[in-house]
Write a protein that binds this ligand. Structure first.
Ligand SMILES: Nc1ncnc2c1ncn2[C@@H]1O[C@H](COP(=O)(O)OP(=O)(O)OP(=O)(O)O)[C@@H](O)[C@H]1O
Ligand SMILES: Cc1ncc(CO)c(N)n1
Length: 267
């Protein structure tokens, strides 16, 4: 059985985030990766030097090519850039009846460069979240999507409930941006219960692409037929190994190590 996953996202020339992180993660987890590019970014570990979006037609056409021939067991979205691209993607997701959809609501790169136009946040809420199986905001993204200020775990739980009301079945609010304490905690809400995924916080500046990699790992595991809870657990272990065994490349915020999880399993 060959499991297949499609990522609809932007290209990171530096290879640590975006489509490159997604395809590497799919491959590491034994899933055949396919891609529909939404934008090309000129980017490295120091920042984003240029953003060149594709037309909504070009995005829709790539999705169609994949869907009408290869098919996909799971689909992930990352950088979508504009409301027009979001609408085009949502229309295709509906047309092909994809229900195993992971939406990583990418908004701003770690260095502060915008990867989603501000007016597109509403399009995410209106068109894409109602179709999603899982949404994976970090804390600032959860704030932008809900209008809440998130300081405590109770705030995060409230934000998860509000996002669930938009129609997405599972909400994961990641804790990478919560600088308090020795641990990073990701919270999953399935509409009735909360589940916590905890790991030791690693003191490092090399966290470029952690969000993309984490959501891609969830997508790969869902493509294999795992439950959302199982998929999030594997993704948490995958990203922990990838951050822990840093590569130390580039002059800024370096990428994570996408092969660390496999090497750890082989030991
Ligand atoms: N320093 C760290 N130590 C351990 N785990 C971390 C650390 N930073 C982030 N993580 C984990 O990485 C995953 C991604 O979380 P994060 O909040 O950093 O996403 P993000 O901001 O969307 O990332 P990016 O924008 O760089 O793609 C989560 O599972 C989180 O718990
Ligand atoms: C293309 C792209 N997608 C997502 C992110 C978020 O990490 C990034 N930096 N670049």
């Amino acid at each position: 059985m060959v499991y297949k996953a499609l990522t609809i996202a932007g290209s990171d020339s530096g290879g640590g985030a975006g489509i490159q992180a997604d395809l590497k993660t799919f491959q590491e987890l034994g899933v055949f990766g396919m891609s529909a590019l939404t934008a090309v970014t000129a980017q490295n570990t120091l920042g984003v030097q240029g953003v060149y979006p594709l037309s909504p037609e070009a995005v829709a056409k790539q999705i169609e090519s994949v869907a009408t021939d290869l098919g996909a067991d799971a689909v992930k979205t990352g950088m979508l850039f504009s409301a027009e691209i979001i609408e085009a993607v949502a229309a295709k997701v509906k047309q092909f009846g994809w229900t195993c959809l992971v939406v990583d609501p990418v908004m701003i790169a770690k260095g502060g460069a915008p990867l989603l136009q501000e007016e597109a946040v509403n399009a995410l809420k209106t068109y894409l979240l109602p179709l999603a199986m899982v949404v994976t905001p970090n804390i600032p993204e959860a704030e932008a999507l809900t209008g809440l200020t998130i300081r405590t775990m109770e705030d995060r739980k409230e934000a998860a409930k509000r996002l669930h009301e938009l129609g997405v079945k599972h909400v994961v609010i990641k804790g990478g941006h919560d600088d308090d304490g020795e641990e990073t905690v990701d919270v999953l809400y399935d509409g009735s219960e909360f589940f916590y995924f905890t790991s030791k916080r690693i003191d490092t500046k090399h966290t470029h692409g952690t969000g993309c990699t984490f959501a891609a790992a969830i997508t790969a595991e869902l493509a294999k037929g795992k439950t959302v809870q199982e998929a999030v657990q594997t993704a948490k272990s995958f990203i922990q190994a990838a951050i822990e065994h840093t590569l130390g490349i580039g002059h800024g915020h370096g990428p994570t190590n996408h092969w660390a999880y496999r090497e750890k399993a082989a030991r």
